[in-house]
Design a protein around this ligand. Structure first.
Ligand SMILES: C[S@@+](CC[C@H](N)C(=O)[O-])C[C@H]1O[C@@H](n2cnc3c(N)ncnc32)[C@H](O)[C@@H]1O
Length: 288
C-alpha cells in the first residue's frame, strides 16, 4: 500500500462522523436462515416491498451477518426469450461480514492516498484500511451497512454514490468491489461518476464478474423464504465488458489480476482529461 500520490487525510476528516440521514427503524423481516433457496417455480411470499438495499431482507442479513440471500432476476434485457440458467445470483453476505481476506488484501495493497469505498456494505475493506492507518470512507445506501462499518472501526456515510459526496475529485483510490459495478444498472454512468470522485491520476480498483458476461437486468433482493424488496436495475460485467465500459467512461487501464477466482482491474483517471486517451493494456501480478 502506498501513501504517496493524490488524496489527503482531509477528505475523510472533514466529514462529520454521524450517519447522515437515519430512516425510521422498520420491523425486521423474517429470518433468512432457511435450509434451501426457492426455485423459480416456488411461490414467493409477498411483503410490503421496501427500498432496495435498505429495508429489504439485505438489512436483516447484515444485522445477523448471515444469508442465504440472493438477487432474483426479474428480467433479462439481453435475452428476451428467457432468463437463461441463473434465475438467482447468490449474495456472499458471510464473506462481506467477515474480515478482509487474501483476495481483498491484493486490493488493499494497491490503494494509494485516501480511499473511498463505493457501496461499502458492512465495510470490511474500510475497516482494514482504517486499522492500517489509511484514511478511508465507505458510502452506502444501507443504514445497517453504515452502522456495521462504523462498529468495525471504519468511517462511513449513508448516501448514494450519485449524490454529493465529500472530497469529490480528491480521492486517491475509489473501490468498486463485490459486484458493485451493477449499482444503478448503467455501468458507464457509474464509472463516469466515480471518475468525478477520483483525483486526477487517482485509481479505481474494480471487481468484475468471474463469467464473461455483459448484462443489464432487473433484480430484487430476496431471502430463502421469498421475502423481498422492490425491483431495481442492476448489471453484471465480466472483465472484458468492464474494461470496455471503463474506456467509454474515460478511465485508463493500468493493471488486472485475479485472486481466489475474483477478477480485478486497476484503472487510472488521467491527469489531463483527454476523453479518448487510452494506455496500453498491462498485465501485472499483485504486489507482494
Ligand atoms: C452487492 S452489495 C456489495 C457489498 C459490499 N461491497 C461488501 O463488501 O459487503 C452492494 C452494496 O451497494 C450498496 N448500494 C447500492 N446502490 C448504491 C448507491 N447508489 N450508492 C451507494 N451504495 C449503494 C448496497 O446497499 C450494498 O451494500
Amino acid at each position: 500500500m502506498t501513501g504517496t500520490a493524490v488524496g489527503t487525510h482531509t477528505v475523510v476528516a472533514e466529514w462529520p462522523d454521524a450517519v447522515t440521514t437515519e430512516l425510521r427503524p422498520k420491523p425486521p423481516t423474517a429470518g433468512a436462515a432457511g435450509k434451501h433457496l426457492p426455485s423459480p417455480a416456488e411461490p414467493t411470499t409477498p411483503v410490503a416491498p421496501g427500498a432496495p438495499w435498505t429495508d429489504d431482507p439485505y438489512a436483516h442479513a447484515l444485522r445477523t451477518g448471515r444469508g442465504p440471500l440472493f438477487l432474483r432476476r426479474l428480467s433479462h434485457s439481453d435475452r428476451p426469450d428467457g432468463f437463461g440458467v441463473e434465475h438467482t445470483l447468490p449474495l456472499d453476505v458471510e464473506r462481506w461480514c467477515a474480515p478482509a481476506d487474501a483476495a481483498d488484501t491484493t486490493v488493499l495493497r494497491r490503494c494509494t492516498g485516501s480511499v473511498l469505498d463505493a457501496g461499502c456494505g458492512p465495510g470490511r475493506l474500510v475497516a482494514a484500511l482504517a486499522a492500517r492507518g489509511v484514511p478511508a470512507l465507505g458510502v452506502d445506501l444501507s443504514r445497517d451497512a453504515v452502522q456495521r462499518t462504523r462498529r468495525s472501526g471504519g468511517a462511513a456515510i449513508r448516501r448514494s454514490v450519485f449524490d454529493h459526496l465529500p472530497g469529490e475529485g480528491r480521492w486517491g483510490t475509489v473501490l468498486l468491489l463485490d459486484g458493485n459495478i451493477g449499482i444503478g444498472g448503467d455501468p458507464v454512468a457509474l464509472l463516469r461518476r466515480l471518475r468525478e470522485l477520483a483525483a486526477p491520476g487517482g485509481l479505481l480498483l474494480a471487481e468484475a464478474a468471474p463469467q464473461d458476461v455483459d448484462e443489464r437486468l432487473t433484480v430484487r433482493v430476496e431471502n430463502a423464504h421469498g421475502h423481498h424488496g422492490r425491483p431495481f436495475s442492476w448489471a453484471r460485467l465480466g472483465t472484458t465488458a468492464l474494461l470496455s465500459a471503463a474506456r467509454s467512461a474515460g478511465w485508463i487501464q493500468t493493471g488486472r489480476w485475479t485472486a481466489e477466482g475474483r477478477p480485478f482491474v486497476e484503472l487510472r483517471r488521467p491527469h489531463a482529461e483527454h476523453p479518448h486517451a487510452q494506455a496500453p493494456i498491462t498485465e501485472r501480478r499483485p504486489p507482494s
